[in-house]
Design a protein around this ligand. Sequence first.
Ligand SMILES: NC(=O)c1ccc[n+]([C@@H]2O[C@H](COP(=O)([O-])OP(=O)(O)OC[C@H]3O[C@@H](n4cnc5c(N)ncnc54)[C@H](O)[C@@H]3O)[C@@H](O)[C@H]2O)c1
Ligand SMILES: [Zn+2]
Ligand SMILES: [Zn+2]
Length: 368
Amino acid sequence: MKIRAAVLEEFGAPLAVQELELTEPRAGEVLVRLVACGVCHTDLYTASGADPSGYAPAVLGHEGAGVVEAVGEGVASLAPGDHVVTLFSPQCRECVHCVDERTNLCLAIRAEQNLGHLPDGSTRLRRDGEEVRHFMGCSTFAEYTVMPEIALAKVNPEAPLEHACLFACGLSTGLGAAINTAKVSAGSTCVVFGAGMVGLGAVAGARLQGAERIVCVDLSEERLQLARGQGATDLMLGGPDTVAAILETTGGFGADYTFEATGNVKVMAQAVEAARMGWGLCTIAGVAGKGETLDLIPRWLITGRRVAGSSFGGVKGRDQVPEFVEMAMAGEIDVAPFVSHHLKLDEVNRGFELMEAQDGIRSVIQFG
Ligand SMILES: NC(=O)c1ccc[n+]([C@@H]2O[C@H](COP(=O)([O-])OP(=O)(O)OC[C@H]3O[C@@H](n4cnc5c(N)ncnc54)[C@H](O)[C@@H]3O)[C@@H](O)[C@H]2O)c1
Ligand SMILES: [Zn+2]
Ligand SMILES: [Zn+2]
């Protein structure tokens, strides 16, 4: 079938929205009609050429939500009409990681996904006979996409898809960092560095876990106000003296849990240092630049601080994304403030510009 999609043709150049050929889903695959898709830093990072593992031509986009149109052979968990959220981090439910509750890093399709292929090693996207690659296994800057069944979370059909799509990436990452990775305990003190989508999700996750104090640190007053809306009890402008300020406000000890959601390695070090001696746990969700290293003083660790990393918030997507969507529908997670701009597919590059200007948290593309 013919679809319109935003293609990364050349690194550093705007995406080109154009017509492509999308072939039908094969065994284990699903054809999805996109309804909404968030524009994320990872799309921009790849489009810019900064990601050394990037490739072109490819259809970008990975924060999609839509409706199943058709399923390939052997697909049992989804049927036409189902509402789905796309998962760049799949859940096959069979691999050694999927059956272990300690991780969400499904091993089933990693290698092919990283190459821009569907699990059988080929692509469903074509242009004049030439293959166009899939991005993060999703390619959701498109009217339709074909994805593996194991990379789609079936969600409540009553949920607004322009909100549900945000659970495809940053929001689930932040929520999961607090709920799954750190397992924040009730009554605790948390500090969240960064009030973008991931940090705000961590604030919400800490609140849902019953944290008593949630300090959010960012460079933007505007973003800190959004953190207040998600449950932050204290707001702090970040800077070189942030650790001292956190110690001061926590009786000299630091926080039970800290979260890093900026991607800046200096902030990561602050987040570790600001965790409490004895048992403080620092969860790092930010993605550092290629080749950057994290500089820690070993004494911080010997005196009882711990460091954890979190990919997609430890969320096993097919199980937990539908739960998050239900929580949003029940009013426990306030998604609306994250959607700052609605765009059409043709305006996808505007989404990048808004992101670079730090204008709002998320632009959401609406299709049709
Ligand atoms: N681990 C994962 O699976 C995963 C998933 C999605 C995104 N990420 C990463 O998480 C990070 C955050 O993503 P986002 O979408 O929220 O980004 P974002 O750019 O919207 O938010 C980052 C925030 O950090 C703030 N900040 C920058 N420097 C700071 C400092 N010195 N002190 C305090 N705050 C500071 C910025 O003002 C901004 O509000 C990125 O590195 C992103 O790549 C990770
Ligand atoms: Zn994303
Ligand atoms: Zn798996």
